[in-house]
Design a protein around this ligand. Structure first.
Ligand code: AMP
Ligand code: ZN
Length: 470
């Protein structure tokens, strides 16, 4: 079946036809890095990683680009608060974000560009927009001239006149140098103490929207297949990206615009001031982040999703049902006989293949991960009711492999890691001691972390290194 995805631009499910056959060029707006990521930020990471994995399963070669916004007012404010450089803040939280991503089994992007490393490209695109009459400089601030782009508003389907009158008050509050209330900043002069770059207009820094237009063009090309992010980005961020890119490149920017719904907590908007705000790291204290991933995939990506303790417990149980099913099959396989499948087993394999087709149908229908998960549950049910110590080995293996394969498309790890043997642990501790002796503390830390990842906790005592299983 062909793949259909819901395009925010046309408000319809459309058949996926890539710009270049067999290839997918995909851009997902990434986080602003001034803190640990919160569980709302985790939603686009997980759902669009799943889109990528499914596309790869379909045989596409996916070029996946996701940026880190590493220059921004919030980063600067945090740097001032801590008395360190903005760079120190952004580098710290990019590292922490990548750790959370790995723990959620989100694949690293093909490229993770940083805004601060793409300033030249931004200056170039802004210059081109000025040359073409789509942007203007007022005392060192450059604005995009929204009235000149006739299609402005086509993504968000907003009534621009209403917006203009609604935003007119902004003009009074210091932005009265703009020609139009909807014009937005491409470049702004620095304030005292802020990081800055030299440009033809002022010593300053870029506005937020221009970075994505520039990075998408540099790493994916002028016309891309999929552009994605949370639904709060539709306006103004993505609308402005379209304006910049299409006016500069004179080509349609992205074919399909995908937006995830918002994550709420106990049916309320997540916010620091309401005290219902969780970082991914806080969730990791209590749960394996695979559970968070499973939870995110239990709803359709475009629907609002409510987070609560009960729903997390239900997700933990759901994921365990699959893991235990696979574990049971593994044990049976260990003792099973190599023999022909019975006619009945062959029929069950057909049933299993039918469920795998159901999985694909669900995913082809705008990535219905909830139904895809149900198809996996049905395979587990088939296994639980038909597999036994009498089953043919090939039958058990087929059930286990199919469950693992489909789970992997959703980015769910369902095979329990083999426990480390005492002997292996002791060898690694010795290697760590040797690294420390050689003053290679980085290597020593790496070994310690590798052990920790396998649930082995080290304790340095006067009598030497002691270890225990978590
Ligand atoms: P930000 O760092 O705020 O630019 O957000 C990074 C990404 O997370 C964007 O795609 C946002 O749309 C998305 N996002 C932020 N908060 C939520 C939320 N509560 N639910 C779902 N997505 C969110
Ligand atoms: Zn963006």
């Amino acid at each position: 079946m062909e793949m259909k995805l819901y395009n925010t631009m046309t408000k319809k499910k459309e058949e996926f036809v890539p710009v270049e056959p067999g290839k997918v060029k995909m851009y997902v707006c990434g986080p602003t890095v001034y803190n640990f990521i919160h569980i709302g930020n985790a939603r686009p990471m997980i759902v669009f990683d799943t889109v990528r994995r499914y596309m790869e399963h379909k045989g596409y070669e996916v070029n996946y680009v996701s940026n880190f916004t590493d220059v921004d007012d919030k980063i600067i404010a945090k740097a001032i608060e801590e008395g360190v450089s903005a760079r120190e803040i952004s580098e710290r939280y990019i590292k922490e974000c990548k750790k959370d991503m790995a723990d959620m089994n989100v694949k690293p992007a093909t490229t993770h560009p940083l805004a601060t490393e793409e300033i030249d490209g931004m200056i170039e695109m802004i210059s081109e927009l000025i040359r073409k009459g789509y942007a203007y400089d007022v005392n060192g601030t450059v604005y995009f001239r929204t009235k000149k782009f006739k299609e402005y508003g086509k993504l968000s389907h907003k009534n621009l006149d209403d917006l203009r009158s609604g935003n007119r008050s902004l003009l009074v509050s210091g932005e009265d140098q703009k020609e139009d209330p909807l014009d937005f900043v491409l470049w702004k002069p620095k304030k005292e103490g802020e990081p800055f770059w030299v440009s033809p207009w002022s010593e300053g820094r870029p506005g937020w929207h221009i970075e994505c237009s520039v990075m998408a063009k540099k790493y994916l090309g002028e016309e891309i297949d999929i552009h994605a992010g949370g639904e709060d980005l539709i306006f103004p961020h993505h609308e402005n990206e379209i304006a910049q890119s299409e006016c500069c490149n004179e080509k349609p920017f992205a074919r399909y615009w995908l937006h995830n719904g918002f994550l709420n907590i106990d049916n309320k908007k997540m916010s620091k001031s309401l005290g219902n705000f969780f970082t991914v790291r806080e969730i990791a204290d209590k749960y394996d982040l695979q559970v968070l991933r499973f939870f995110m995939l239990s709803a359709h990506y475009r629907s609002p999703l409510n987070f609560s303790a009960e729903l997390m417990e239900a997700s933990k149980n759901g994921l365990e049902r699959i893991i235990n099913g696979v574990d049971h099959l593994k044990h049976l396989i260990g003792a099973a006989q190599e023999k022909e499948m019975t006619e009945e087993e062959k029929k069950h394999i057909e049933e299993m293949n039918g469920l795998a087709a159901k999985f694909d149908d669900a995913m082809d229908d705008d990535f219905n991960t909830a139904d895809a998960v149900s198809a996996i549950f049905e395979i587990i049910k088939l296994a639980n009711t038909t597999a036994s110590s009498d089953s043919a080995k090939s039958y058990l293996q087929a059930l286990k492999d199919k469950t693992a394969e489909l789970s992997d498309i959703l980015g769910l790890i369902v095979e329990k890691e083999e426990e480390m043997l005492d002997e292996e642990i002791e060898q690694m501790i010795e290697a760590r001691q040797a690294a420390r002796k050689a003053r290679d503390f980085q290597k020593a830390d790496e070994i310690r972390n590798a052990l920790l990842a396998k649930g082995i906790i080290l304790e340095d005592t006067r009598e030497g290194v002691k270890w225990k299983r978590a």
